[in-house]
Design a protein around this ligand. Structure first.
Ligand SMILES: [Zn+2]
Length: 258
C-alpha cells in the first residue's frame, strides 16, 4: 500500500481535466493520493468547485480571488458571495489570493484585495491560501499587520531559508511542489530541506507546475508521490515519513476530515 498523501493545492476544477477527471482520480487513489484541496480563483468558479466537491467526498475547496483574476471583481461586491461559499462544509479556507509582481495589475490594487482577504480570514477564523510571486517583503508586511489565528500556507513556495523561517514563525506553512524537482531551484531546495518538517505541505498546483522530466505536459495530482519522493530525498528521510508528516500538517491546517 502506498503511503497516504494530500494534494493541498490542485486546480482540479479546471477545464484541462474535464475529459478524464474521474480516471485521474482513480489513478490518484491507487497512488495513495486520498484528498485534495481546490483553491478558489474567482467568484464564478467557486460554485463549480463546490459542485465537484459535493459529488466527491474527498475533494475540498477554498474561496477567494487569485491575483490573475482580479480584473473580474470591483470593490467589495464579491465579499458576500464569498462568505456564502466559505460557509459550505467542504470549504476549508480563504484563497487563493496574494501578490504577483509578474502581472500588470498595480501592486496597490493587489494589496487592497489582499487586505480584504486577510480581514475575511480573520473574521471567519479560517486559514488562508497565499500566492506570492517575487513579493515576499510586501506579503510579510501584510501578514504582520493581520495576525491570523489559524495561519495559512504560502503555496508553491519559492525562496530562501530565511524567508521560509519568517513565514513559519508567523504561523504559515509552505507548499512544496514541482519546483523542488528541478536542480536549478537551489535556494528553494535548500529552504525546504532545512525548515522543520511540521512546516511543509505537499501540492501539485496542477495543471500548472509540471515536474522535472514532464515539462510542457499537463501536470496532474497523480504525480504527487513524485513530489513526496523528491522532498524525502532532499531531507534524507523515507517517503513514508514525508507522507505521514505532510498529511498530518494538511489535516491540522485545513481540518480535512479523516
Ligand atoms: Zn494555484
Amino acid at each position: 500500500m502506498p503511503p497516504e498523501l494530500i494534494d493541498s493545492h490542485c486546480h482540479f476544477d479546471f477545464e484541462a481535466f474535464d475529459e478524464d477527471r474521474e480516471d485521474i482520480w482513480s489513478r490518484c487513489r491507487s497512488a495513495g493520493v486520498r484528498q485534495l484541496l481546490i483553491p478558489g480563483t474567482e467568484p464564478e468558479q467557486w460554485a463549480r468547485a463546490q459542485g465537484l466537491c459535493e459529488a466527491m467526498p474527498d475533494w475540498y475547496f477554498a474561496a477567494g480571488i487569485h491575483p490573475w483574476w482580479q480584473y473580474k471583481v470591483r470593490g467589495k461586491e464579491w465579499l458576500d458571495a464569498c462568505r456564502r461559499a466559505l460557509s459550505h462544509s467542504h470549504c476549508l479556507a480563504v484563497g487563493e489570493c496574494g501578490l504577483d509582481k509578474f502581472i500588470d495589475t498595480p501592486m496597490a490594487e493587489q494589496e487592497a484585495l489582499l487586505e480584504q482577504h486577510l480581514q475575511l480570514a480573520y473574521e471567519q477564523r479560517l486559514p488562508i491560501v497565499l500566492h506570492c510571486v517575487k513579493a515576499h517583503n510586501e506579503l510579510i508586511r501584510w501578514l504582520k499587520r493581520y495576525p491570523l489565528e489559524r495561519g495559512g500556507v504560502i503555496h508553491a513556495f519559492s525562496g530562501s531559508v530565511d524567508i521560509a523561517e519568517t513565514y513559519w514563525q508567523m504561523g504559515f506553512r509552505l507548499g512544496v511542489g514541482g519546483t523542488i524537482t528541478y536542480e536549478r531551484a537551489k535556494k528553494t531546495r535548500e529552504a525546504v530541506s532545512r525548515i522543520p518538517a511540521e512546516a511543509l505541505l505537499l501540492e501539485t498546483d496542477a495543471p500548472d507546475m509540471p515536474l522535472c522530466g514532464r515539462q510542457g505536459e499537463r501536470n496532474s495530482p497523480e504525480y504527487l508521490p513524485d513530489v513526496a519522493r523528491g522532498l524525502a530525498e532532499l531531507r534524507g528521510v523515507t517517503i513514508e515519513e514525508i507522507a505521514a508528516i505532510t498529511t498530518a500538517n494538511a489535516q491540522l491546517l485545513f481540518g480535512f476530515q479523516h
